[in-house]
Design a protein around this ligand. Structure first.
Ligand SMILES: [Zn+2]
Length: 417
C-alpha cells in the first residue's frame, strides 16, 4: 500500500497473525463454554507463555521470562532505550481470544515484518507479554513490576478471591515471588510504550470508525454506601411512617443522570453495581441498603465534583426518608493520560493510511496506564463486535485486526527509526 504522501508502506501479514492468534486461543480453551481460561499464574497461563517463547525463538528473536513472569521478545541489542510493544497474555475466566492476546501477537508480527524486510532501526524493539493484568490478585502485576510499582509487602499480601496467595501461585509455577522486584526497568531505558487492544465497548462499532486513539484511562472511585432505616412489617407499617432504605436507594438511582448532566462530562460514568437489602425478606420493609457506587471520568477535578454531588444527593435523600447515611471510599485512582505526542503520531499515521479514527477515553484499565507516567505511551483500539468482551463471544473482525496491527507497525517504526 502507498500512503497519501506516496511513500511505500510496510504491511503486516494478516494470515500469519491470524494463525498465531488462533493457535494461542487453543491454550486454556474450554470446549464446553468456548471460553479461554488463562488466569494469571495458572497452568494454562504459563503454557501460553512458554508457547510464545518457543514461537518467537523459532523466528530467531531473543526471549526471556523476567522475575514477574512477564515474557520479553527482542529484536536488537539494548544499547539504546527500547521501544516496547506490550499487552497481556492472561485472560479472565471464560474470556475471549483477543483481549490482551491481540496486542502481544501483533507485537510479534511487527518484529517479524521488521526482521524479514531487514529494516535497520535506531532503537531496539521489545515485545512485552505482561503477567496477570486481569487482576486475579488485585493489581496489574506484570506492568507494575516493569514500571517499579511493586513493594515486597504487596507481593506477600496479595491473594485472589479463593484466598490463594500470589506468592504461592508463583512458587507453584517455579517462580520466586521476590524476583518480581528485579523486573523493574529504569525509565531512561525505555524510549516508548505502545499497546494495541480491542475496545471492549460498543462506541467504535456504533459509529463505524475502525480506529480509536486513546487519550487515557479514566480515573475511577469506588464507594460502599450504607443507608439505614428501620425494618418493619410490610403489612402493618403505613407508607408514610416507614424508614425504607430501598426507597432511598431508588431515589438516588434517579439522581444519577441529573448529577452527570450538572457536574459531569460525556466521559463521566456512575454505576450502582451491587446492592444488598437487609433483612431481604419479601414481607419486610428493608431496614438497610448497602450498595456500591463506582464513578469515572477523565478529569480528576470532575471526579471530585461527581463524588461531592453524590454525597449531597444522598444526604438529602436520607433526610427525606429518615435514614442514617454513611459511606466509605474504598478506592480512588486518578486518570492516566497517554502522551500528547503519541496521540498525535497515531492520528497522523491513521490519516496517512486514509482511515477515520476517533479520540476516546478508555473506561477499562490497561497495561499502558503504568507506563504513561514513565515514558511516551500510547494505546490503539479496534472495534469489538457488539461491544462484547470478557466473554466467549468476544470478537473483532479480521480486517480491523489487520488495520490495528498496521497502525501499530507504522507507529513503532516512527518511534524506533
Ligand atoms: Zn485486556
Amino acid at each position: 500500500m502507498h500512503s497519501t504522501t506516496g511513500e511505500h508502506m510496510l504491511e503486516v501479514n494478516l494470515p500469519r497473525l491470524k494463525e498465531s492468534l488462533l493457535e494461542l486461543a487453543d491454550i486454556g480453551f474450554n470446549p464446553i463454554d468456548k471460553g479461554i481460561y488463562r488466569s494469571g499464574f495458572s497452568d494454562a497461563d504459563m503454557a501460553g507463555r512458554r508457547w510464545l517463547m518457543q514461537v518467537a525463538e523459532k523466528d530467531g528473536f531473543s526471549t526471556e521470562m523476567d522475575g514477574a513472569g512477564n515474557v520479553w521478545l527482542g529484536l536488537g541489542e539494548l544499547t539504546k532505550p527500547a521501544v516496547i510493544i506490550g499487552s497481556h497474555l492472561d485472560s479472565v475466566p471464560a474470556g475471549g481470544m483477543f483481549d490482551g492476546s491481540l496486542g502481544v501477537m501483533a507485537g510479534l508480527e511487527v518484529l517479524r515484518v521488521v526482521a524479514e524486510n531487514n529494516i535497520s532501526l535506531q532503537y531496539p524493539l521489545r515485545v512485552l507479554a505482561t503477567a496477570e493484568e486481569e487482576g486475579r490478585f488485585g493489581g496489574m502485576f506484570g506492568a507494575q513490576a516493569v514500571t517499579g510499582c511493586l513493594t515486597p509487602e504487596w507481593i506477600l499480601s496479595a491473594h485472589d478471591a479463593d484466598d490463594v496467595f500470589l506468592a504461592d501461585a508463583m512458587r507453584a509455577q517455579g517462580l520466586n515471588p521476590m524476583d518480581a522486584l528485579d523486573a523493574a526497568w529504569p525509565p531512561d531505558q525505555i524510549k516508548a510504550f505502545l499497546e494495541l487492544h480491542i475496545e471492549q465497548g460498543p462506541v467504535l462499532e456504533s459509529e463505524d470508525i475502525p480506529i480509536g486513539v486513546v487519550e487515557g484511562v479514566s480515573g475511577v472511585f469506588k464507594w460502599i454506601v450504607h443507608l439505614k432505616g428501620k425494618a418493619d412489617h410490610a403489612g402493618t407499617a403505613p407508607m408514610h411512617m416507614r424508614s425504607d432504605a430501598f426507597m432511598g436507594l431508588a431515589d438516588f438511582a434517579h439522581e444519577i443522570q441529573r448529577i452527570i448532566d450538572e457536574d459531569g462530562t460525556d466521559k463521566s460514568r456512575i454505576t450502582v453495581g451491587k446492592v444488598e437489602l437487609i433483612p431481604g425478606y419479601p414481607h419486610t420493609v428493608p431496614g438497610e441498603a448497602i450498595f456500591t457506587i463506582v464513578g469515572r471520568d477523565m478529569d480528576e477535578e470532575v471526579m471530585r465534583e461527581l463524588a461531592t454531588a453524590c454525597e449531597r444527593a444522598l444526604r438529602a435523600i436520607a433526610r427525606r426518608h429518615r435514614l442514617n447515611f454513611e459511606y466509605k471510599e474504598v478506592s480512588w485512582l486518578g486518570p492516566r493520560y497517554c502522551s500528547k505526542s503519541m496521540i498525535a503520531l497515531m492520528e497522523q499515521k491513521a490519516a496517512a493510511r486514509g482511515w477515520s479514527y476517533k479520540r476516546m477515553p478508555s473506561g477499562a484499565g490497561h497495561d499502558v496506564q503504568f507506563f504513561s507516567g514513565m515514558t511516551e505511551a500510547g494505546l490503539i483500539f479496534i472495534p469489538s463486535v457488539d461491544g462484547v468482551s470478557h466473554a466467549p463471544d468476544e470478537w473483532s473482525h479480521w480486517h480491523h485486526v489487520e488495520m490495528g496491527a498496521n497502525l501499530l507497525l507504522d507507529c513503532v517504526l516512527a518511534k524506533a527509526s
